[in-house]
Design a protein around this ligand. Structure first.
Ligand code: PRP
Length: 183
């Protein structure tokens, strides 16, 4: 669906579908250049990264292998503990492999910080992170991110994989959610 389909729920559109596609092509070009001559495995973090993975993978002009992980934070639904549980692990043995973790947003940084150290312990040749969005003001844990689409303000954003109670993931654009939706 488009922003027009849920316009009453959005304060504004942060990035249009066209802007997102352009930025993802640029990120893919950067990654392609950095991994020239190397085998590359991109790892998407379910579920939000589905859209970014699909578009980024198709933006490459080279072969790229894809795998997926699903993780969940322990505790009362918040991510404050920083303890992460693996719900679905990789199907791939990443020892000796060049890995780029792909996600749609880094918020507190707890998930990606934990994931990076978890994957790094499996003896890969390298592990880097690519995220479409990052909220610098929300960061609680330093995360070394090599590829960032945009740094955004600490607002509630939805669309392009980002949900509020499992809705808006299929919105083509990324928008700021109006407070009346979640208050
Ligand atoms: C989102 C996103 C990251 C994580 C970032 O996933 O995909 O994995 O949150 O948050 P953090 O930096 O505060 O750790 P979410 O837990 O919302 O699950 P989803 O992808 O299934 O929507």
């Amino acid at each position: 669906m488009d922003a027009a389909d849920v316009s009453d729920d959005l304060l504004h559109v942060l990035y249009t579908e066209a802007q997102i596609q352009d930025r993802i092509k640029e990120m893919a070009a950067d990654i392609e250049r950095d991994y020239e001559g190397k085998e590359l495995l991109i790892v998407g973090i379910l579920r939000g990264a589905v859209m970014v993975m699909a578009d980024m993978a198709r933006s490459f002009h080279r072969h790229v292998e894809m795998d997926w992980m699903a993780v969940s934070s322990y505790g009362s639904g918040t991510k404050s503990s920083g303890v992460v549980r693996i719900l679905k692990d990789l199907d791939t043995d990443i020892s000796g492999r060049h890995v780029v973790i792909v996600d749609e947003i880094i918020d507190t940084g707890l998930t990606l910080s934990w994931l990076t150290s978890n994957l790094s312990s499996r003896n890969p040749a390298s592990v880097e992170i690519a995220t479409l969005l990052r909220k610098p003001e929300a960061l609680q844990m330093p995360v070394d991110v090599k590829y960032v689409g945009w740094d955004i303000p600490n607002e509630f954003v939805v669309g392009y994989g980002l949900d509020y109670r499992e809705r808006y993931r299929n919105l083509r654009d990324i928008g700021t959610l109006a407070p009346h939706v979640y208050s």
